[in-house]
Design a protein around this ligand. Sequence first.
Ligand code: HEM
Length: 409
Amino acid sequence: MSAAPPEVDSSPVEFDPFSQDFFDGAYATYRRLRDESPAYYNAKWDFWALTRYDDVAPATKDHETFSSAKGATLDMVKAHDDAIPVPKVIISMDPPQHQKMRRLVSNVFTPRAIAALEEMVHEKVYERVDALDPAGFDVVADFSALFPNEVITAMLGVPKEDRDQIRHWLDLLLERRPGEMAVPKTGYEASVNTGLYYYDLVQQRRAAPKDDMISRLIETEIERDGVVDKLTDVDITGFATMLGGAGAETVTKLVGNAMVAFADFPDQWRKLREDRSKIPAAIEELLRYEAPSQYQVRTATRDVTYYGTSIPEGAAVLLVTAAATRDERMFDAPDQLDIDRERKMGFNLAFGYGIHSCLGAALARMESRIALNALLDIIPEYEVDRDGLRRVAMSNVCGYSNVPVRRTA
Ligand code: HEM
């Protein structure tokens, strides 16, 4: 259980984002990093890591010093070669390119557009909930791995019969082997297949538009100083592919992590059961407690000094938001899940911060709210079969592939 007291260890702290320690939730390691090595260097993979809230929050906002342009994962940053032009997605852009792209895609994420999805999200969540047997089911495999993908692929306009294939490719694309940074061959193939699939869908929607996000992205244009900007087919393909990961895996992990956290802190689940108006606050606290996306990768654009240590220009830097939101310098009893916790300014880094802050945050909050409400109905009291818990081994993302539960009352 992640609230256990830290073990005393006199060896130098090591943080390896491709190790079992990371996949298992590296909160004890994060505590040591914050205390002993707040500007940490890992020689094996050649990256730096910031873990204290007061360092991570401003760095996440400072896109001039911490660039996204070489990529959002460590393998991308390491493989990056300026001489090889590759199509970029929004998450790996710096201004002014980012600004232009963000304005274009924001058109499909307006508050009104997201609010209009509530009925569809409700339907997708309850399609899955109605098929669950409260006597025993797997919160992730039978529920939270399924509905977020349904939501995002339905929004994009993927026909129903292809949605499971998209989810399967996405799992392969994000999967990592312990001890290896590189995307496995199966992951690379899955990424090519997803790209080809969406490129073809863009062609179909150009020929015959429908009422879906891809058709709207094709139509979107912005005029500035007499110049009209539009998205290319490659832009839309890249964006759709990215949304699969950004918009599905994260919600999957949030809901799975939530049910383990509530089993560890049953009084918090009881509070929620007794007062469901606390659900939105509970979601913010769950994001603080165990962020689905644990760190954001950046490249330093200049030498920058922390605690007398210079991080050199060009270095890969992990801004470990999941460590920052467990920082005892910022939060009282940070290892406790407390849905009534006082929320401070900038409290939540789990959706990023600054220019890249999550475009889908409102949708993610809505999906999680509807899902938690449904779970409160079907398993008002439950226990987790801890022998059946399985963690995923993925890049950046932390959480479970299996959370077996059964209703106890
Ligand atoms: C619990 C769920 C989610 C979490 C924890 C999450 C987390 C994040 C984080 C940390 C970033 C910033 C990345 C960076 O700074 O490099 C981000 C960006 C982004 N997210 Fe989410 N996300 C979630 C759900 C979603 C959903 C549902 C969508 C869309 C349907 C989405 C779309 C995006 C996009 C497009 C960006 C890139 C924004 C940009 O680069 O300007 N996310 N998300």
